[in-house]
Design a protein around this ligand. Sequence first.
Ligand code: DAH
Length: 344
Amino acid sequence: MREQLEAIQAEALERISQTEDMKELQDIKVTYLGKKGSLTGVLRGMGKLSKEERPVVGEIANKVRESITAALDEKNEKLEQLQLEEQLEAETIDVTLPGRPVKVGGAHLLSSIVQELEDLFIGMGYEVREGPEVETDFYNFEALNLPKNHPARDMQDTFYITNELLLRTHTSPVQARTMQEYKGEKPVKMICPGKVYRRDTDDATHSHQFTQIEGLYVDKNVRMSDLKGTLDTFAKKMFGEDREIRLRPSFFPFTEPSVEMDISCKVCNGEGCSVCKGTGWIEILGGGMVHPKVLEMGGYDPEVYSGFAFGMGPERIAMLKYGVNDIRQFYTNDIRFLKQYHKA
Ligand code: DAH
């Protein structure tokens, strides 16, 4: 029996040492130590042994079981370790590889410019207001001192919907709407960005739909110098501290006196170049002191209140600031154009 046990031990240990497979290791365990296993079979036959032989063989059998069990455990541990190593190897991430770029959108250049202008004027105490794009003839023209048949209506070719309804040609009607809402009782300090429409033929500098920002400040003792100071601050913040402004006399029915504001050309520093057409100055916006009739129609007593107003085109500002040479680029949404202005 001793030889039988030793043979079982040798065979089991040999098979354990040979295998590299967990499943096979499990089979080996069943073959030798299982209920129907060969070691168990031998132990069952111990009943036939004499009293003296039994403890001796029993001891050997225990040692055989222990050594097989120990070899199984050891191998099992080794295979588990190996499996873990293989898994780690397979799942290794090379953290030094460059990542795949994540595509993110960004604000449209026009939106960023409007946002920037809003922030600038909010910083000077202005509120941001809105008005309808489908406007009445009254707010778009009459309340701004442009009665029916006034020749200055021709300055803005209009899309009429009916005789009384139109697509607003400028954001100025929001001046009239705001004054009316405030009932002549408190100061007004507002800007209004928004879309406007004109019957123009589209080309590099014209579009039938574009954007404007209107500004209005009405209070007691508002003077022309306040307008100049405000526009100067705006120009320097938007185009650089070294920019100069100049005001030229102009005409708008809703302001008196009226001005147009130029900034000194950044390209040639006032020397004269192709960008400023040799003048050294670039036209930016229109403005002036609110006409007494406009104040009156808005419900403000022109003897008590005065104000200034201005209107500018964010597209033009963006074109000058970033050297965009065709206004249509803002609306055709070529991603290659837009992407250049996405802020990181
Ligand atoms: N509404 C004018 C335009 O579209 C721009 C403008 C000029 C607005 C003078 C004003 C202003 O408020 O005072 O051409």
